[in-house]
Structures are given as structure tokens and as C-alpha cells.
Design a protein around this ligand. Structure first.
Ligand SMILES: *Cc1c(COP(=O)(O)O)cnc(C)c1O
Length: 480
């Protein structure tokens, strides 16, 4: 392993040049209380500019990223982020605008947010929007808080339950619980669809609403959605769509037409803004007429040619974020939407679906696919066959790193044994899909002929297998 920056340190080397001080030096002893003063000089590494530059470039190369290769991380939509998004997000008019500017001095930014919101309303077929939530999960919380406000506004306090299918993303039950609801789990059937009888038996006048993902987290379109909508609205509940999988629906199907009252959109997934490593993201929510009065504030209104922020919304759930959410992400998403236009957005989804089905076809002889029908933008396979030779989904994921690919999502969805959730996205060429499938097939063959090679993978990565449980519990990122 190459030496770390602290080990390269040599007294007197430096990589910076500071101008001479042209004001009197401050007397730190007079400024700071004794207890805050350093007793000994700090021991920062002393290195040249050349060495520090190599250090950081080397670190960046240890990290896998979407600029480097294929990233089939199911449910995360790790598509390539066009560079033009960065160009617009870096424009001075946006980066130098103070968030407390008067509306009249921020017309361009307000127009951008307004038009992005109108675009999202059109894509989802819904009547209201807030761009404020800063993640999909925060969009969920905003939506469920609006459900609560809606029922309480009608003096209907008995609705204490939110129904959620057992295939749901973990953030769904977490959001419902944080908003103060009990979570009632709804079973899935063999084919991955919702068990309507189970739903019927649990939907009554204690139901505040149901959260579902369509297409579901197994990548299959829930065909019973019309029936589900009737059941939930029939008992007076509201219907929430986790829109993180919107990458397969753009310009094809609208959540509003399916009867949803609220949907969050992960701009950092579907609308191509960089993500991973915890953000920043944006999880705008679109809502039906019923929920418009409860949307977060401020709202953006257009009067004539002028845009203004409106705070006077008496039934609002309040603010979800400081100022207007993560504005830079909104600029990137707006750029993406305008560059593609309506036709281009539909092509995004069509190509995402074709790519996922193509991979499924290439892999179906070698891997078990529990759901045989056509998938949407992602497909779930199981490593059950490879498991007979002692090779698990995790081992296959680790071996993929040796072949130069990021691993897919593993062990999610929870309802499939040894699951691997593969989402190729629309931005990959047929050549990259073919080489990923080749690697997957090779690994499956290795599982038969040389399982130890796979179970001890990765062989070529900068680090071997880490103890991830220990790393999470006793994280140590300090050099010593
Ligand atoms: C990513 C994702 C979420 C959560 O979105 P964040 O922006 O990470 O909070 C919720 N549901 C599904 C299905 C997702 O894929």
C-alpha cells in the first residue's frame, strides 16, 4: 500500500504561499481564553503541492463512481448526470443569489422553481407541488404530515394507521412512524403484487392512507392499482405513491391518473442530479386538490409576468427545510427536463425499461428470476442456484468489483431470497450491458468450478472484505 500523507511528511516542505501580513498581527492570547489555546503546535503533514495533489487524486481513484463505470444499483437510479446540468447550476446568477433577496431581485430563480414545479405537476398529473423537501424520505414525511393535517382538518381523529406493503422501501414505514402513525403491513402474493384480500381485511375507518411504490421495489407494475385506489378511497383514506421509481413512468403513466393523492419525486434519481454519499438531494411532492391547502410554505405564485413567494397559507404544515430546499439540485433537474423536453423524457423511461428487460433476457439461463414477467426499469434476480455451491448474493456482488463493476443492490427487496436488484438505467450502451452480463455469467460459472475464488472476492480491489457490522459500530476514520 502506498504511504499515507502523514507518513510522507518532512519538516519544512510546504504546498502553499501566503501573502505578507499587511495588518497588525492579532494577539491570540488576548483574544482567546487560556483553556482554548493550543499547548503544542498541531501536527499537520508537511508536504509539497505535488504530493498533496497526488494524495487526493489517488484517494479519488480508490472510489468507484458513475464517471468511471457501470453502476446498476437497483432502486437508486444511478444514471449518468449530464455535464450541462453542472454548467447551469454554476451560473453566477444562481450561485451568488442571496436566499433572503427580495422577490423582485430573484425573479429568475423564482421562475425556474415555478416552471420546474409546473413540469412536475404535468408529469405526475397532480394539482399542487412543493419543491422544498430535500430527499425522497423527507418528501414522504411531508406527504404523510399533509395526510394527517387533512384528516384533522375534517375533525377525523380516529385515523391512526398507515397501510404499507411488505415489499416497501424501509423509508416508507419510517416516515409513517415519525409522523405518529401505526404501520400496518400488507402481504405480497407469489407474483409480487399486493394481496388484495389482505388489504381489504385491514382497510377500515382507522386508515389514514396507504403508501405504495408503483412500479414496486421488485420492478413490476402493480396492475391492481385501480382496485387498490377504490378500496383506500372507499374507506376515506388517502393514497401515497413513493415515486422513487418514476424513471420508468415518465410520459407513459401519471400517478394522478392512477388516483394517487401525493407522490414524491427523487430529483436526484430520475432527474439526473449527482447523488450517493448522503446528498444533497431533492424530493419534491406533488399533491391532489384535497391536499393543496396543506402544502409546505412558501409557495411560489405567478401573477401576470411576476413571481412571488406566498407565506399566507393558513392550513400549511409549515416549513420542511430552510429557505427553498436544495436550490442547486433544482437547477440541475430543470436543465435536464428542458434539455430533453416531453418526448425525450418519455424516451428516458422507454430506454430504461428496454435496458432492464435486455439484461434480464441475457441472464435468465444462468440466474433464477423469481418474477418471470416483463419488468419495468429494474429486475430482481436471486442467487439461490449459486447458493447451492455456497456462493451468496454478497459474494457475487464482491466478485463484480474484480471485474470493474459497481455491485447491484443486494438483499433488497427483503421478500426475495439472496436477492440482487439490478437497475441498468437508460444511459448505458448495449456494449456496457453486454459486458456486465458477461461478468455475471462468468461469476456464475466460477461459482460451480471455483467457488472459493468467489467467496473470497474481491481479489483486486484496494481493500479486501471489510467487516461492515464492525465498521458501522466502531467507525474509526482517524489516522494514528
Ligand atoms: C431512494 C428511495 C427512497 C428514499 O429516497 P432518499 O432520497 O434516499 O431519501 C424511497 N423509496 C424508494 C423506493 C427509493 O428507491
Amino acid at each position: 500500500m502506498e504511504k499515507l500523507i502523514f507518513e510522507k511528511s518532512k519538516p519544512g516542505r510546504k504546498g502553499f504561499t501566503l501573502p505578507n501580513l499587511d495588518i497588525p498581527a492579532a494577539d491570540l492570547n488576548a483574544l482567546l481564553p487560556e483553556k482554548f489555546l493550543r499547548k503544542n503546535a498541531n501536527s499537520l503533514p508537511e508536504v509539497s503541492e505535488n504530493e498533496i495533489s497526488r494524495h487526493y487524486i489517488r484517494l479519488s481513484q480508490l472510489n468507484y463512481n458513475i464517471e468511471q463505470g457501470f453502476y446498476p444499483l437497483g432502486s437508486c437510479t444511478m444514471k449518468y448526470n449530464p455535464k450541462v446540468n453542472e454548467k447551469t447550476a454554476g451560473m453566477g446568477g444562481f450561485t451568488e443569489l442571496h436566499p433572503c433577496s427580495e422577490d423582485v431581485h430573484a425573479q429568475g430563480a423564482l421562475q425556474l422553481m415555478f416552471e420546474l414545479g409546473e413540469g412536475l405537476k404535468e408529469i405526475t398529473g397532480l394539482q399542487g407541488v412543493s419543491l422544498q423537501p430535500s430527499a425522497g424520505s423527507q418528501g414522504e414525511l411531508a406527504g404523510i404530515l399533509m395526510f394527517r393535517a387533512y384528516h384533522l382538518d375534517r375533525n377525523d381523529a380516529k385515523r391512526t394507521n398507515i397501510l404499507i406493503p411488505d415489499s416497501a422501501h424501509g423509508t416508507n414505514p419510517a416516515s409513517a412512524a415519525i409522523a405518529g402513525f401505526n404501520v400496518i403491513s400488507i402481504k405480497s402474493k407469489e407474483d409480487g403484487s399486493i394481496d388484495i384480500e389482505d388489504l381489504r381485511s385491514k382497510a377500515d375507518d382507522t386508515c389514514a392512507g396507504m403508501m405504495i411504490t408503483n412500479p414496486s421495489t421488485i420492478g413490476i407494475f402493480e396492475k391492481q392499482i385501480v382496485e387498490i385506489e377504490k378500496i383506500i378511497h372507499g374507506v376515506g383514506g388517502l393514497l401515497y405513491m413513493d415515486g422513487a421509481n418514476l424513471n420508468s413512468l415518465l410520459g407513459i403513466v401519471r400517478p394522478g391518473d392512477m388516483g394517487f393523492d401525493c407522490v414524491h419525486i427523487n430529483l436526484h434519481k430520475t432527474f439526473s442530479t449527482p447523488h450517493g454519499g448522503g446528498g444533497p438531494g431533492a424530493g419534491p411532492v406533488c399533491v391532489s386538490d384535497k391536499l393543496v391547502p396543506f402544502l409546505p410554505i412558501p409557495q411560489i405564485k405567478k401573477e401576470g409576468e411576476a413571481y412571488q413567494l406566498v407565506m399566507d397559507c393558513p392550513k400549511t404544515i409549515g416549513k420542511m427545510h430552510t429557505f427553498f430546499g436544495n436550490f442547486g439540485v433544482l437547477v440541475r433537474a430543470y436543465t435536464y427536463m428542458r434539455m430533453l423536453g416531453a418526448k425525450g423524457l418519455r424516451e428516458v423511461s422507454e430506454n430504461a425499461i428496454i435496458n432492464a428487460n435486455y439484461l434480464m433476457a441475457l441472464l435468465k439461463d444462468e440466474y433464477e428470476f423469481p418474477y418471470k414477467e416483463f419488468c419495468m426499469h429494474e429486475c430482481v434476480l436471486s442467487a439461490d442456484r449459486q447458493k447451492e455451491n455456497g456462493v451468496s448474493a454478497k459474494d457475487i456482488a464482491k466478485r463484480l468489483l474484480d471485474y470493474g463493476f459497481h455491485a447491484p443492490t443486494i438483499y433488497f427487496p427483503l421478500i426475495v431470497h439472496e436477492s440482487m436488484l439490478v437497475e441498468p438505467t437508460e444511459t448505458e450502451t448495449i456494449e456496457s450491458l453486454n459486458s456486465f452480463a458477461d461478468a455475471m455469467i462468468k461469476i456464475s460459472q466460477e461459482a460451480k468450478t471455483n467457488p472459493d475464488l468467489v467467496t473470497s472476492a474481491p481479489q483486486n480491489a484496494p481493500l479486501k472484505r471489510l467487516d461492515d457490522a464492525l465498521a458501522a459500530r466502531k467507525l474509526n476514520i482517524k489516522w494514528s
